[in-house]
Design a protein around this ligand. Structure first.
Ligand SMILES: Nc1ncnc2c1ncn2[C@@H]1O[C@H](COP(=O)(O)OP(=O)(O)OP(=O)(O)O)[C@@H](O)[C@H]1O
Ligand SMILES: [Mg+2]
Length: 570
């Protein structure tokens, strides 16, 4: 930022200053109360809008030089932009749409940075380096470190509350996963142990048992076949037994043939006898109507159109009364004969059938074969039982192995989650991403401070990770006035350099001794030569204006608020 002209009227101790800034470095000198700080503060207030010496804008009237009613400050930038501040309003306006750099207050007031608290200082450095500690940036960095995407996503809400909350949140999650691991394994968690932990699984030879289902189905097939074979044998035996039984029955029947024939003959004879008796009795009944033959006195009776001689019998009446009984006997005997004839026919048929049955019966099935088949079936059943038991044991073992493997996998997954959460927790720990970001913010600043210290030979200024300022290893608060001044000057320059404002404004350089002032001017001259600053405004009391300076440096003498002598570098 090249300041090309200053026009100031009635600002504090400055009555009137109207001058172009022709050199990169301009040194304003004068005695105490000459208006040096008034000039520096006029530029600062115009460019930053920050009130100086008074607390409130409405108090800006006090900034107008006593005796005057109005005042103004105009700062020209790069010969084209004009920043104007009017008093007593205290309002600054820009001649065109120009955004003043945010780091400008630090450049225009060298003590600005060290006056900040550590938090504010950190925030300022983050913004100075264009760093963003927002959630999206932290998420990007976590993913860049290889942290688990889903877990990072889950943690995002906690990042709203800051790194500490998110760090603690990740540690809690890791603890939860350790607890889950303990529940799964029943053991105390150890990172090394958990990496290789495996649930106990029963001894289990998958290969050896692989053919069990095949063997079982082969055995089942053999069992079915044996069942069928045995069924056939048993059917043969039954058939044979049934036939033998029938044969025995036929034989029994056949053996009764002679006896039945005898009975038939006997019954037939008896029937004949009784039929005769009945016929006789019936004839007697005719005799009642008989008439003596006229030739021989034989008693004759007409029956069925024929004449029959009726024997004369004593007690006809008495015999005739028994006729129904005789007829009943005949009837029964007829039935008996019929039955006998049937039984005889059966016996005859049996005799005939015996031969056929004997032929059909064939040889008796072999008991040994049947017994062997039965024994074989029994053996197969036992074998199958044993094999089924083995198969059930195999399946149980396989189930246990699967369960164990699942536990192992779950435990490993919990362990991996522990590692993943720990990784995130570590990344969010102060020395993780916050540290990295801080280092990114601090490193360029500290490197610039190191360069400045090397050039000026002043104590090196360092901004520590906890945002404390040190010079020569000593805390800023312990430094002497001139040491603080040097530290502030180098910090302001470093901010100017890093923000590319390239403007240095330093008041009260007279706190330095002669050597220090020389070192300051040499440093600024070098910066100007290297194009690392566009403008440097230096203010301080001197006894008299220095005589010889680099061509980059212009000097002005202030007295009672006006420039009274201009001395350009030789
Ligand atoms: N509103 C004002 N009107 C007139 N003079 C003022 C006003 N406010 C302050 N002054 C005075 O203006 C003078 C210049 O002040 P300034 O701070 O600029 O001096 P300086 O050159 O920086 O002095 P020093 O070497 O002590 O730092 C001082 O005497 C101061 O009291
Ligand atoms: Mg002063």
């Amino acid at each position: 930022m090249k300041l090309s002209r200053l026009s100031i009227k009635n600002f504090l101790g400055v009555h009137e200053v109207e001058m172009p800034l022709t050199h990169p470095v301009t040194l304003f000198s004068g005695k105490n109360g000459a208006g040096k700080s008034s000039l520096q503060e006029a530029v600062r207030m115009a460019l930053t809008g920050e009130t100086v010496r008074v607390g409130l804008k409405k108090e800006c009237i006090q900034l107008v030089t006593e005796g005057a009613k109005l005042g103004f400050v105009e700062v020209e930038i790069d010969h084209k932009i004009c920043v104007a501040l009017c008093l007593p309003a205290g309002k600054a306006t820009l001649s065109e749409d120009y955004v003043l750099p945010r780091a400008l207050p630090h450049v225009l007031d060298a003590q600005h940075f060290t006056r900040l608290g550590c938090n504010e200082r950190g925030k300022f450095l983050f913004s100075l380096m264009g760093l963003n500690a927002g959630r999206t940036e932290v998420q990007r960095r976590l993913l860049e470190k290889g942290c688990d995407t889903q877990k990072v996503e889950a943690l995002m809400p906690l990042l709203r509350s800051g790194f500490d909350a998110a760090h603690e949140g990740a540690k809690d999650k890791a603890r939860d996963q350790k607890a889950a691991w303990r529940t799964l394994t029943g053991e105390t968690y150890g990172e090394k142990k958990a990496a290789t932990w495996q649930a106990k699984r029963p001894e289990f030879d998958r290969a050896a048992s692989a053919d069990l289902p095949h063997r079982l189905s082969a055995l089942d097939a053999e069992l079915a076949e044996t069942h069928q074979h045995l069924g056939g044998l048993q059917a043969d035996h039954k058939r044979y037994a049934d036939s033998a039984q029938r044969l025995a029955e036929w034989r029994e029947k056949g053996s009764q043939h002679a006896c039945i024939a005898d009975t038939l003959a006997r019954d037939q004879a008896e029937l004949k006898e009784w039929e005769t008796k009945v016929a006789t009795l019936k004839a007697l009944s005719f005799s009642k109507n008989a008439l003596p033959c006229p030739h021989c006195d034989t008693l004759l009776a007409l029956e069925d159109g024929e004449l029959h001689a009726v024997p004369l019998t004593q007690g006809i009446e008495e015999n005739l009364s028994r006729l129904p009984e005789y007829e009943e006997a005949v009837c029964q005997l007829k039935q008996a004969v019929t039955n006998d004839e049937r039984a005889l026919a059966d016996a005859k048929a049996a005799v005939k059938a015996i031969a056929e049955l004997e032929l059909a019966l064939g040889a008796k099935p072999d008991e040994t074969t049947l017994q062997a088949a039965r024994e074989h079936l029994e053996k197969l059943k036992i074998d199958r039982g044993a094999l089924a038991e083995k198969w059930a044991a195999y399946q149980e073992a396989e189930r246990q192995v699967t369960q164990a493997d699942e536990r192992t996998a779950k435990a490993l997954s919990a362990h991996e989650s522990v590692l993943a959460w720990n990784e995130i927790a570590d990344a969010l720990a102060p020395e993780g991403i916050p540290g990295e970001m801080l280092a990114e913010a601090l490193t360029p600043l500290n490197e610039r401070l190191e360069d400045s210290a090397a050039i000026t030979e002043w104590a090196q200024v360092v901004v520590t990770k906890d945002m404390h300022v040190q010079a020569g290893g000593r805390s800023y608060a312990l430094l002497s006035e001139s040491e603080k001044w040097r530290a502030d000057a180098m910090l302001a320059e470093a901010i100017s350099y890093l923000s590319k404002i390239k403007l240095v404004v330093l008041d009260r350089f007279d706190v330095l001794d002669l050597k220090g002032r020389e070192e300051l001017l040499t440093w600024l001259d070098r910066l100007a030569q290297g194009g690392e600053i566009d403008t440097a405004l230096i203010f301080g009391t001197l006894k008299a204006l220095p005589q010889s300076f680099s061509q980059n440096i212009a000097t002005h003498w202030l007295e009672k608020g006006v420039i009274v002598e201009f001395k350009e570098a030789a």
